[in-house]
Design a protein around this ligand. Structure first.
Ligand SMILES: [Zn+2]
Length: 158
């Protein structure tokens, strides 16, 4: 347990880790301890600095860098996970939630909550290219609507 500084208010200050792809419980727990005050400057990396008065409670859930067993299985059996995102004007990397730092690229894309696991062959047929090695693909909502229909619509991928 080296490297974590206990929070006077929240102790080890735990946060449940959820699957990077689907958001289900991934089984992991992050112990954040004392959360230092973040400051965000638009266009620059988030800077964390110590502030004796700042002692935030960890967010209940944090996105894991890994996958839950179900998504791991989908990928291991040759599938590709598509995560729908909509483009969003760039926002500061830090937006009040404690602990989570967004990749600047991802910060421009907000997840819609829709995702699909499709077979590698289906991916190759739909996108006319081989599935990427990491088997996780962010797909814009316009493209997703063409393939899977709009939210609430039933459409079989063709
Ligand atoms: Zn998952």
């Amino acid at each position: 347990m080296s490297g974590i500084r206990l929070s006077p208010k929240h102790g080890v200050n735990p946060s449940l880790l959820v699957c990077f792809a689907c958001g289900d419980d991934s089984g992991g727990i992050a112990l954040l301890g004392r959360i230092r005050k973040p400051t965000a400057t638009p266009g620059r990396p988030t800077i964390h600095r110590d502030d004796d008065d700042f002692d935030a409670q960890a967010p209940r859930y944090m996105r894991d860098t890994g996958l839950c067993p179900r998504c791991t299985e989908a990928v291991a059996s040759g599938g590709v996970i598509l995560i729908e995102v909509r483009e969003q004007p760039k926002r500061p990397a830090y937006e009040g939630g404690a602990g989570e730092t967004l990749d600047p690229k991802e910060a421009e894309q907000i997840r819609t909550g829709r995702m699909w696991a499709i077979k590698g062959e289906a991916f190759a047929r739909i996108f006319n290219e081989a599935p990427p090695a990491k088997r996780l693909v962010f797909i814009g909502s316009d493209a997703a609507a063409l393939i899977f229909g709009k939210p609430g619509e039933k459409k079989e991928p063709t």
